[in-house]
Design a protein. Structure first.
Length: 220
């Protein structure tokens, strides 16, 4: 059994039935993704649109592609024909562009609003108030080609598990409050290789795991 298949199956055994796994395949070669696919994985996450598009063109068409990185509005058109879910939606402007490009392809694209829960300045995301404002915005209610189906957040990169847990709990509380008003919110995407057990404990329904499946990344 290959290393990737072994790691993938190990991770999957740890996940409750209600938690979806996004295999984060950024920087990884096609062969690595094919191995994960052959082992049964069907949801893959990328953070660069050009790389994701190349992989979409080459790999089986029943793969669900999730864009998990920060998105520039002028790049949306390149993934609109195929992307299943965009995780890091952090502005009304971006939502408008996703809706516009999805309409051209007669598609509905799932969108997760990214809420900033980390203490690091470099992390993107909306405040809780901004998230609420977007969901209530009249223009958003009339967008036929997007489906806002959840929230996404990233905890601070720290060894302090108490802080990580507090940040995830903040996102879960926000999710619960908003879900009572917007029942279409069913996905809570939080948790990565280093912190997904805590995220699941705090109520995550979708985890984004890369290095625990594919091994450490080489950015050279």
């Amino acid at each position: 059994m290959s290393f990737i298949k072994t790691q993938l199956l190990t991770v999957k055994k740890e996940l409750p039935n209600h938690v979806s796994l996004v295999a984060v395949s950024k920087t990884k070669p096609m062969d690595n993704l094919q191995q994960a696919y052959d082992a049964g994985q069907r949801i893959f996450g990328e953070n660069k649109i050009q790389e994701m598009t190349t992989k979409w063109e080459e790999l089986p068409k029943d793969i669900q592609w999730h864009m998990i990185g920060h998105v520039q509005t002028n790049k949306v058109k390149y993934m609109a024909p195929y992307v299943n879910t965009i995780h890091a939606v952090d502005s009304l402007k971006l939502l408008k562009e996703i809706n516009k490009q999805a309409q051209k392809h007669h598609r509905v694209i799932n969108c997760l609003l990214q809420v900033k829960i980390a203490s690091e300045d470099q992390k993107f995301g909306l405040s809780v108030i901004e998230t609420t404002q977007i969901l209530a915005h009249p223009e958003v209610k009339n967008m036929q080609n997007i489906h806002i189906n959840g929230l996404m957040g990233m905890a601070t990169f720290t060894e302090n598990t108490t802080q990580i847990r507090q940040e995830f709990q903040l996102l879960k509380n926000t999710f619960d409050d908003l879900q009572s008003l917007y029942p279409a919110l069913t996905v809570l995407s939080m948790g990565m290789s280093g912190d997904y057990p805590i995220a699941i404990d705090c109520g995550s329904t979708m985890v984004r795991i890369g290095s625990a499946i594919f091994g450490a990344r080489n950015y050279n």
